[in-house]
Design a protein around this ligand. Structure first.
Ligand SMILES: Cc1ncc(COP(=O)(O)O)c(C=O)c1O
Length: 413
């Protein structure tokens, strides 16, 4: 028998809401009749019913008292479950359109946990143009334990088909890709891999659930580096897996608990706070990026700009079909590689730092930073050379960002 809402304490409310939510997910879709703009603000539990606090408390406790030997509150030890983290997980599931979500201490923690679904001997096809840390994890670590990986340009479906083997169990794609902004057809990939009994895993970090929902397009698991747009303020690391498969929830939870890369309560709270402004931030990131990408295109020192919002981007129509926006990431080739260090030295408002998706604009040099772990030949064939720069456009005034980049470019001549 369900207790009336007023009698429930906060953690019970969380599970009660999730129960209701999951019922609704199954029948009506995750959005529950509300727009994403609203969902991100209110999350899964709009207020804490015991005190009325409209912000989820930080349950900074490593362990929880048991009422008795056979009794449980649903919480025992924070590596396995913590109320602040649970609230975040439920909120992200709602926002991403999944039934379940699991929060990890970083994006890499999330990716490492999902590999526990696989066995030595399994083969996984992976986008060749993807975050260098993911490449390193697969290539330097999991390949040692008997997993095999094929690195493929997943924006070309024929190349995926050519890489399929009898042992292929998953297709792992990043779209748009990091850093070349190639777009992979999510629905088509789902068809291809499901036809072989495998799963489609999509790293949705670049667009965030505000602009793209891979589960709705047929993906089985969505990965996020929550460090980026979800948290949004360059102040915490986090990572997520989101899915809707009852059969996956238990093994993924077991991997999270056993490996121990669970998100800490304070970090979970920071992401919860960040999520509230996801819609506003994404709109502004995109608006600024549209302006800056156009400006960069006119710059004589810039040879080519990679941005999915350009109508002449090779997958512009696909982007319009599967996403609601093009996001805030831009990459570009300089004509002269000698200009790269000059720009990095002379930007001042735009910060020369790794990472992306925060309110501050960041510029990165992928060849030595985010993609430094990728062997040279592979990096070059993906287009990541010493003329490539990556810009994560922040939410500052676009004219100020342009003035700063302009000043740095002037130093090159
Ligand atoms: C697309 C993408 N996925 C995953 C990760 C890993 O996330 P984290 O740095 O939170 O471990 C990153 C990090 O830059 C990334 O850019």
């Amino acid at each position: 028998m369900l207790k009336p809402l007023e009698e429930l304490v906060f953690f019970e409310i969380i599970s009660y809401n999730s129960y209701k939510m999951n019922q609704k997910n199954a029948s009506q879709g995750a959005r529950d009749g509300r727009s994403l703009d609203t969902l991100v603000v209110h999350g899964a539990t709009p207020f804490e019913p015991v005190t009325g606090a409209i912000t989820t408390p930080i349950y900074q406790s490593s362990t929880f008292r048991h009422p008795g030997l056979e009794e449980t509150t649903g919480f025992d030890y924070s590596r396995a479950v913590n109320p602040t983290r649970s609230e975040l997980e439920k909120s992200l599931a709602l926002i991403e359109g999944g039934k379940y979500s699991l929060a990890f201490s970083s994006g890499m923690g999330a990716i490492s946990a999902l590999i526990k679904l696989y066995e030595p001997g399994d083969h996984i096809i992976v986008s060749e143009d993807l975050y260098g840390g993911t490449f390193r994890l697969f290539n330097e670590y999991y390949s040692r334990y008997g997993f095999s990986f094929s690195w493929v340009d997943t924006s070309v479906p024929a190349k995926i088909e050519a890489a399929l083997r009898p042992q292929t169990r998953a297709l792992f794609v990043e779209t748009p890709s990091n850093p070349m902004m190639k777009v992979t057809d999510i629905a088509l990939c789902a068809q291809l891999i499901h036809g072989r009994g495998g799963r489609l895993i999509v790293d949705n970090t670049f667009l965030s659930p505000y602009f793209q929902n891979p589960l709705a397009l047929g993906a089985d698991i969505v990965v996020h580096s929550g460090t980026k747009y979800l948290a949004g303020h360059n102040d915490t690391l986090s990572g997520f897996l989101v899915h809707s498969d009852d059969a996956l929830e238990e093994p993924l939870r077991a991997a999270q608990k056993s490996e121990g890369a669970s998100l800490a309560p304070f970090d979970a709270w920071l992401v919860l706070r960040g999520l509230k402004t996801l819609a506003l931030r994404m709109q502004r990131h995109e608006k600024n990026a549209l302006r800056i990408a156009q400006w960069l295109r006119e710059e004589p020192a810039v040879e080519k700009v990679f941005f999915t919002g350009f109508p002449d981007h090779p997958q512009y129509e696909l982007t319009k079909r599967q996403a609601r926006g093009c996001g805030g990431m831009i990459s570009f080739y300089l004509r002269n590689p000698a200009h790269a260090p000059v720009i990095l030295k002379n930007v001042s408002l735009v910060l020369f730092a790794e990472s992306l998706g925060g309110v501050e604009s960041l510029i990165t040099y992928p060849v030595v930073q985010t993609h430094g772990a990728i062997p040279e030949a592979m990096r070059l064939s993906a287009g990541v050379n010493d003329r490539l720069m990556r810009l994560s456009v922040g939410i500052e005034n676009a004219d100020d960002i342009i003035a700063d980049l302009d000043e740095a470019l002037r130093r090159c001549v």
